[in-house]
Design a protein around this ligand. Structure first.
Ligand code: AMP
Ligand code: MG
Length: 277
């Protein structure tokens, strides 16, 4: 899934179980793999998908609705425009930005639940599950671990984690990194049976003509988000929810972002903005 994965457990079987489950999901959800379900859906505009892919897309629709469109998996065309900008080291032209932006709208993503068929209303629409798939994969890995009888494990997929059980009778301890100083911590959180996810402007960004650009797109503008928030850590009952919320809050900014987190049960957000540093 284009990132690292870390599994910590006393159970020697844990890493293998978690990795193979994550690999299985990567084969379904990776947009860069033309044979994945997402790859095929993006190419064909309509596809009968597996239960897993359907679940992620349904959860994404909930995220879209709850975040007033800040989280929108149909951002793929804009993600692509800006990925090319990064590659060519050249800003995209206004028309390319507009054309891609006009394709963003999860309301044009149809889900036929009974037949498990997902389809696009507009041609050239595409989806990108990069803001939720890692969290979902972590949740699935945890489920597999539980089924195997593993009582205690931490699974971390690129900053999207779930802490199962406790570690030597204590909660799992996770550090929140300083967004600008790699070795410095801003704080610590303690977790038992919870998901946590961090989204920031510091792990994946690029600079063009002296400006810093985030990898997260504001669906309203079709351009990278540009606000006061530099890092968001969300604690939630599952890792998929923590994952999409951390991405959505980065788009919404501090005030609206906090409100969104508060609208979910048993969920907290640590939002670090420029003036906190
Ligand atoms: P994360 O690192 O979890 O915050 O997710 C960022 C990734 O989600 C990006 O690399 C894109 O693949 C995708 N993405 C970017 N902007 C959005 C958005 N507004 N809504 C949903 N997904 C997004
Ligand atoms: Mg995310």
């Amino acid at each position: 899934m284009g990132t690292y994965c870390e599994v910590i457990s006393d159970d020697p079987r844990a890493a293998k179980i978690a990795f193979s489950e994550i690999k299985r999901l990567e084969k379904l959800l990776n947009r860069f793999d033309p044979n994945s379900e997402v790859g095929q859906l993006n190419r064909l505009g309509k596809l009968k998908v597996s239960g897993d892919t359907l679940k992620v897309i349904k959860k994404s629709r909930l995220a879209f609705n709850k975040s007033s469109g800040a989280f929108d998996i149909t951002v793929a065309p804009s993600v692509e425009v800006w990925r090319q900008a990064k590659q060519n080291n050249k800003l995209p032209d206004a028309r390319a930005i507009r054309t891609a932006r006009d394709l963003i709208n999860s309301q044009n993503l149809l889900i036929d639940e009974n037949n498990r068929i997902v389809s696009f209303v507009k041609p050239k629409m595409q989806i990108d599950l990069g803001g939720i798939a890692k969290g979902y994969a972590v949740d699935c890995a945890i489920k597999k671990l539980q089924e195997a009888g593993v009582k205690s494990a931490l699974v971390n997929l690129g900053g999207n984690m779930y802490a199962l059980g406790s570690r030597a009778g204590k909660s799992w301890k996770i550090g929140i990194r300083h967004p600008r100083q790699k070795r410095k911590l801003m704080g610590e959180i303690f977790l038992t049976d919870r998901g946590v996810s961090t989204s920031g402007d510091y792990e994946q960004y690029f600079t063009l003509q002296g400006r810093r650009y985030s990898h997260i797109i504001n669906p309203k503008t079709g351009s990278p988000v540009d606000n006061e928030v530099v890092s968001v850590t969300v604690l939630a009952p599952d890792a998929a929810t923590a994952d999409f919320l951390s991405t959505a809050i980065l788009v919404l900014g501090k005030a609206k972002g906090r409100k969104l987190a508060e609208s979910f049960p048993n969920t907290q957000a640590v939002i670090i903005s420029r003036d906190d540093l």
